[in-house]
Design a protein around this ligand. Sequence first.
Ligand SMILES: N[C@@H](CCC(=O)N[C@@H](CS)C(=O)NCC(=O)O)C(=O)O
Length: 198
Amino acid sequence: MQLYDLNLSGNCYKVRLFLSLIGQQAELTTVNLHAGEHQQADFLAINPRGQVPALVDGELHLGDSQAILVYLARRYANDAWYPQDAVQQGRIAGWLSFAANEVQHGPGSARLGKLFGVPIDQLAVQKKATATLQLLDTQLGNHTWLAQGSQPSIADIAVYPYVALAGDGGIDLAPYAQLNAWFARIRALPGYIDMPGL
Ligand SMILES: N[C@@H](CCC(=O)N[C@@H](CS)C(=O)NCC(=O)O)C(=O)O
């Protein structure tokens, strides 16, 4: 299995973290976005969207961190990470979508602007980020894990990185007690690994 990766990408970290939690290994290939490697023909043949992460496993070429989590969970992990139950799958899909939208465009974009100098309306993204963090803090006040099961699922792994990295975007995480308790639960999982900024 090969993972096309970038150390500072929260989306790539999602996949590295999950691989470690389930005790699977992938050969990492760094894609230098700064040098435009993601737009070169050989990488576009792997992921036509020109984005990392991208996973190659045998014949499978798969982009998008959420899609990769689903694949890895179903293919390599025990059922708890992505249960067969329809209610649980529906809830998890909702959180995967939340990771790709509210989280990516709130705290994720704030970090892009502050850390990487990408031109972004910081005021607008800080507002989105605050609403996202508040919603999560409320959800986690009533539930140990996001999808409401008794164990963590891929929903937690999809949402965690850019929320935990919000400080890189100039957002103070201290007021969110439930979020901080959830970070601690995730960090206590066997096989947990960090990335720069956490
Ligand atoms: N929805 C995708 C987003 C992936 C993404 O935005 N990747 C960034 C790095 S974090 C990237 O490759 N950006 C280069 C580009 O879009 O040109 C996912 O969850 O994997």
